[in-house]
Design a protein around this ligand. Structure first.
Ligand code: AMP
Ligand code: ZN
Length: 491
């Protein structure tokens, strides 16, 4: 299959021509969320980026099997195979079963991703649903000589592995530096080597989520689930493995080690990493407590925000940055993105009303060259900011044609409609139907409703004002009162 796509491979630190192992099929594995709490906007950025990549590969004609897992077990508080299990801890806190926690946050995750108009992956396997596959993989790694058991816990033998393979291949760090940055082993440690990590962990009596295995009643280590599930659904070797950049140094490094120790081959041809969403330059993370919840953004209920933003405006904000660049989150940046998004959508609506004013195609805007440039942007490692800049060239032309300041013929109008649909809706995933300028009308109506409610409040008719608020809530519209204004948002 012909394609001009070039993508940046973290593994080789180069842009490479995209050539799937088994055309026209593409296997893509993306590390999914850990569902013991709500996803924050940073997590969403990674999933929205891979959604755009999934969409573009499908647009090029590939049959993509997109596997994105749900991590619902095996995460301990510390990243050194120690500490309390995050799921059990949250379960105790919320007085729920660990699997109720998993269900609650999985549903929340799906709701949020639906609002961002992401396509569901082809398979969404869970760690707890694949315990036997993980045990089998650990057994194979032991058989191949790259893991050992100590008191019911199984460790990956990094020393042994480094004799045959390159442990730091993904990040190109120096093994000595890694060793120097890792705590020395004490007499208490079961591990043989400082860099060894657990594949299977014997459960302490208080650990609720536990399964039988040949070594102990226990639970899988942090990394083995992705190796086992990608192997099961995409094979020992597949095309793309993705996730956030923060996963490369440990999680993905260990995934490569596990898969190679088991199958003797590098699991993925292309490793793709999305860069971080930051707040004032610091990575947005669950542990740092600087995580914005998508819901806070949609309602505007956050101290750093002066207004709410629609999910599509937020998606546009994300698409304005290249997936490998950091994206700093701020009220001002979102207001600018919101404006840009509305300008784009207004032009698409306007295009429906533009009538040909010439027999000949315009020389000011050459539609075929425009399309070529749009594809060139996407083919250059999914360069969405360049694509958006191109789309704004079209916006300027549409506005000028509408105002009668540029010539346009019927064929150009129809080709422009097609292109805008392909690039804006199919590829960038900006759903025009969810957010058109017809909301301007809704806004007019909302201003009338808000006025009636404010009058009711002024007359101390709180029954009416509360009823208005509640009825709006029931249809997904939230009001936010400030000192001298009432704002509204779709939730
Ligand atoms: P987690 O639920 O923490 O396992 O993370 C789910 C996904 O979100 C992983 O691919 C992470 O790399 C990614 N991620 C976490 N924090 C951020 C951030 N601030 N910006 C972008 N992606 C992130
Ligand atoms: Zn993973």
């Amino acid at each position: 299959m012909e394609n001009n796509l070039v993508l940046y491979n973290t593994l080789t630190r180069k842009k490479e021509k995209f050539k799937p192992l088994n055309e026209p099929f593409v296997g893509m594995y993306v590390c999914g969320p850990t569902v013991y709490s709500d996803v924050h906007l940073g997590n969403c950025r990674t999933f929205v980026s891979f959604d755009m990549i999934f969409r573009y590969l499908q647009h090029l004609g590939y049959r993509v099997r997109y596997v994105r897992n749900i991590t619902d077990a095996g995460h301990l508080e510390g990243d050194r195979d120690e500490g309390e299990d995050k799921f059990s801890k949250k379960a105790k806190l919320e007085q729920l079963e660990p699997m109720e926690i998993v269900q609650k946050y999985t549903l929340g995750f799906h709701d949020v991703l639906r609002l961002f108009n992401t396509l569901p992956p082809s398979i969404e396997p869970t760690a707890t649903g694949h315990i036997s596959e993980q045990i089998e993989m650990v057994q194979q790694i032991i058989e191949n000589g790259y893991a050992y058991e100590r008191n019911g816990t199984v460790y990956f033998d990094v020393d042994k592995y480094t004799n045959a393979y390159d442990y730091t291949i993904l990040t190109n760090r120096k093994l000595d530096d890694l060793l120097n940055n890792t705590r020395e082993l004490g007499g208490q440690d079961e591990k043989q080597g400082r860099l060894d990590f657990a594949l299977w962990i014997k459960a302490k009596p208080e650990h609720i989520m536990r399964w039988p295995s040949p070594w102990s009643i226990g639970f899988p280590g942090w990394h083995i689930e992705c190796s086992a599930m990608s192997n099961k659904y995409l094979g020992a070797q597949f095309d793309i493995h993705g996730g956030g950049m923060d996963l490369a140094a440990t999680h993905h490094t260990n995934e490569i080690a596990q898969s190679e120790a088991c199958n003797h081959v590098q699991p993925a041809q292309y490793w793709m990493h999305t860069n971080m969403l930051t707040v004032n330059g610091a990575r947005m993370s669950k542990s740092a407590g600087n995580g914005f919840l998508p819901h806070e953004l949609f309602t505007g209920e956050h101290k750093l925000l002066t207004q709410g933003f629609s999910p599509m405006a937020v998606r546009f904000f994300m698409m304005q940055a290249h997936y490998r660049s950091t994206l700093d989150f701020s009220n001002e940046a979102l207001i600018a993105a919101d404006k840009g998004y509305k300008r784009l959508m207004t032009a698409i609506e306007l295009l429906e009303k533009v009538r040909p004013n010439s027999e000949k195609a315009s020389s000011e805007f050459e539609i075929n060259k425009f399309k070529t440039r749009c594809y060139a942007a996407m083919d250059d490692d999914f360069n969405t900011p360049v694509l958006i800049a191109e789309l704004f060239e079209a916006v300027r032309y549409i506005n000028a044609a509408y105002d009668g300041k540029a010539t346009i013929d019927a064929d150009t109008i129809s080709a422009l409609k097609d292109s805008m649909h392909i690039f804006v809706s199919d590829i960038l995933g900006l759903d025009a139907s969810a957010e058109t300028t017809s909301t301007d009308n809704v806004d007019d109506l909302m201003q009338i409703i808000i006025k009636i409610r404010n009058e009711a409040k002024k007359n101390k008719d709180f029954t009416t004002s509360d009823r208005i608020r509640e009825s709006l809530n029931a249809i997904g519209i939230k009001l936010k009162d400030s000192k001298d204004d009432t704002l509204w948002n779709k939730i």
